[in-house]
Design a protein around this ligand. Structure first.
Ligand SMILES: Nc1nc2c(c(=O)[nH]1)N[C@H]1C(S)=C(S)[C@@H](COP(=O)(O)OP(=O)(O)OC[C@H]3O[C@@H](n4cnc5c(=O)[nH]c(N)nc54)[C@H](O)[C@@H]3O)O[C@H]1N2
Ligand SMILES: Nc1nc2c(c(=O)[nH]1)N[C@H]1C(S)=C(S)[C@@H](COP(=O)(O)OP(=O)(O)OC[C@H]3O[C@@H](n4cnc5c(=O)[nH]c(N)nc54)[C@H](O)[C@@H]3O)O[C@H]1N2
Ligand code: SF4
Ligand SMILES: [Mo]
Length: 599
């Protein structure tokens, strides 16, 4: 029996599971029952990350197999060009992924800002709270009512499930997801309308004098202006528009009134140009109910896992937006841990841009659309093959990732950076162990596990902002109001971003079988049976940005004016727009409607 090795799953997932294995039994492994955010189980994706067939083991340059030394020499040569960019995906969430920033800084290269993922919502949270302190899972455990709002918990965040047991459940989602089927109430909302739900619910709370006056007076004194703002919204027209009625709104209020309530908000509500306003409105509703700074209450969203850490890889460089990158401006582009040719919006544009790059370097684990286009391909090590530290956007626990397997495949991000520092004669790169220690030394211990320095048992108990001295800022403007004409004009000017009325909203949530574009690729579109298509039939989806053919899968759980194409489906992003959210520089995958054509 060899010594147990502890590590963590590096896949981009809320749960960041702690893993227990040992040298003899690996790849057999299990979760850690004692871990405060896990329950001992690991999901099936972890096995796929060990046995994946499409793993790249052979470096190549210009289509020819070469040694790692030759391939790295080609990378060094490529970085002598004038304009270089590092575009990093989220294939591995270990902190050591960012060590490559240090090299980009040295050569005056560019990085990216914004996100494909959660940055619109994050921006909305910052507008209201000043700093985004995520709600600890221990507080979720103490809630009486949980509102699952645009998060597909059973698929994307399975380790949250034990925390929801025995609670009153409200689900707000255009799809009757597995968690919606278990809920006391499912609001099958029209997509992109969550802002209105939050604003109207807040208005109704005021109307029935349900606001938490004492808390508001101390921490959010502008609440009366916010009440006036909610009253600018016309109830009847909005209820019709968002596909609900007074009865349903009343039932939600009944489930949250006087209850310790947590809003579990997911990426689904904010894949729009207006995504920041949605989170700011949901936060405002939480404030009216007095849900901040109290036990068993709050808003949980994808957190900033690096909050509170001094990040040794943080550098100041020029940057370009990650979701709409103009790749062809650069001579050399390093794609690390990502698959932009499939995962970015508007694939047709992205591929044209990538074709315009002289030296496209792909540094990753698997063959994919991007590796196929690259001039230089560098195989990476997976998270069982290197040392790292795993933070989580779903909870506050930190895990040292220990190497479990030794082999000759690939190169780690640290060694990649070391090679380039040496090739260019740069100094200043510390040892890998020193960086890892820098991260770990900043952690605190909680329940016998490492924990982020930003962890607070009950966030915002003292107030908002970095210091806790600030007030909560209510949302007081919305650029997208279709009902109040005085607000509508601004939006009309930006009509480029308005989804053209093509009948069906395109929803692209995550799949249980894949981690973004890793592991399994789908070819299906899920359509409500009422749309009149047959199971297995081939249909073309057409948007103003492109088209692609999919195989029909009928699903009566979908709101009938929506189609679902999970984000691991080949071609989904041919349909999506290359635009940025109004705040946060985020991708807006769902700001699009599609037409369905028989082929
Ligand atoms: N198995 C698996 N797990 C994953 C991932 C994966 O690829 N596979 N990816 C990881 C990553 S990168 C992320 S960011 C997280 C994201 O995980 P989640 O936060 O769960 O995000 P999504 O899966 O994109 O969508 C969540 C839900 O939002 C709903 N939705 C869509 N539009 C709207 C809307 O306008 N309003 C409302 N209220 N709901 C809407 C969808 O129907 C879906 O049920 O998951 C992580 N976990
Ligand atoms: N239509 C639509 N598109 C979406 C979304 C959506 O909701 N709808 N969601 C978006 C979201 S939330 C996200 S987060 C993005 C994700 O998009 P990307 O960040 O592009 O993620 P993946 O497509 O999974 O590609 C990750 C790649 O990382 C590589 N990799 C894995 N581990 C390592 C490692 O340790 N080192 C290195 N160097 N490489 C590694 C693997 O080869 C894998 O192919 O997709 C976005 N795309
Ligand atoms: S993908 Fe998520 S649920 Fe699955 S093992 Fe990794 S962290 Fe845990
Ligand atoms: Mo994501």
């Amino acid at each position: 029996m060899s010594e147990p090795i502890h590590t963590a799953c590096g896949l981009d997932c809320y749960d960041a599971c702690r893993i227990v294995t040992d040298e003899i039994h690996f790849p057999k492994m299990h979760g850690d029952k004692e871990h405060p955010a896990g329950n001992g189980a690991l999901c099936a994706l972890i096995n796929k990350s060990i046995h994946e067939a499409g793993r790249i083991t052979q470096p190549r340059v210009d289509g020819k197999a070469v040694s790692m030394e030759e391939a790295m020499a080609a990378v060094a040569e490529a970085f002598k060009a004038e304009r270089s960019l590092l575009w990093r995906g989220s294939g591995n969430l270990g902190v050591m992924q960012e060590v490559t920033n240090l090299f980009m800084k040295k050569i005056g290269g560019s990085l990216t800002h914004g996100s494909l993922c959660d940055a619109a919502g994050e921006a909305g949270i910052l507008l209201g709270r000043g700093v985004h302190r995520n709600l600890p899972v221990e507080q979720i455990a103490k809630a009486e009512t949980v509102v699952v709002w645009g998060r597909n918990v059973t698929v994307t965040n399975a380790h949250m499930m034990p925390f929801l047991e025995g609670k009153k459940l409200v689900v707000i989602d255009p799809v009757k997801t597995p968690i919606a089927k278990k809920a006391d109430l499912h609001m099958q909302i029209e997509p992109r309308m969550d802002y209105y739900v939050a604003i109207l619910l807040a208005r109704f709370v005021f109307m029935e004098d349900g606001e938490d006056l004492e808390w508001l007076e101390e921490f959010a004194p502008e609440f009366e202006d916010f009440y006036d703002y909610t009253r600018e919204h016309r109830i009847k027209a909005i209820l019709e528009h968002i596909g609900t009625d007074l009865g349903e709104m009343g039932s939600i209020l009944e489930l949250i009134r006087g209850q310790k309530t947590v809003f579990l908000v997911g990426a689904g509500v904010q894949k729009y140009s207006t995504g920041s306003y949605t989170l700011q409105a949901i936060d405002a509703l939480a404030a009216v109910l007095g849900l901040f700074g109290k036990e068993g209450c709050g808003v949980h969203y994808l957190g900033d896992s690096k909050l509170g850490f001094e990040n040794p890889f943080r550098v100041k460089t020029t940057s370009v937006p990650k979701a709409t990158t103009n790749f062809s401006y650069f001579d050399t582009v390093l794609v690390q841990g990502g698959n932009p040719a499939a995962s970015m919006p508007d694939t047709n544009r992205v591929k044209r841009e990538l074709e315009g790059v002289e030296n496209l370097v792909y540094f990753g684990l698997y063959e994919n659309e991007t590796s196929q286009m690259a001039r230089i391909v560098i195989p990476a090590k997976n998270f069982f093959e290197k040392e790292d530290v795993r933070l989580s956007y779903g909870h506050h626990y930190v895990q040292k990732m220990n190497k479990v397997v030794e082999n000759d495949i690939g190169i780690s991000e640290y060694d990649f950076t070391r090679y380039l520092f040496d090739a260019f004669g740069f100094d200043g790169l510390e040892s890998e162990a020193a960086y890892i220690e820098k991260w770990l030394l900043q952690c605190e211990e909680k329940n016998g596990f490492l924990c982020s320095p930003a962890h607070e048992e009950i966030p915002y108990a003292e107030g908002f902002g970095e210091s806790g001295d600030d007030e909560f800022e209510f949302i007081d403007d919305y650029d997208d109001d279709f009902i109040n004409p005085k607000r509508f004009t601004k939006y009309r000017k930006k009509s480029k971003t308005k989804p053209k009325d093509e009948t069906f909203w395109l929803l692209s949530p995550k799949s249980p079988k894949s981690l973004n574009t890793q592991f399994f690729r789908d070819n299906r579109v899920q359509i409500h049976p009422d749309a009149g298509f047959e199971e297995g039939e081939a249909v073309r989806l057409v948007s103003e940005h492109g088209e692609h053919t999919f195989s029909v899968h009928l699903n009566e759980d979908i709101r009938p004016n929506c189609v679902v194409v999970t984000n691991n489906t080949t071609g989904v992003n041919s349909l999506t727009p290359a635009i940025l959210s109004e705040e946060g520089h985020n991708a807006c995958y769902q700001e699009v409607k599609v037409r369905i054509e028989r082929v």
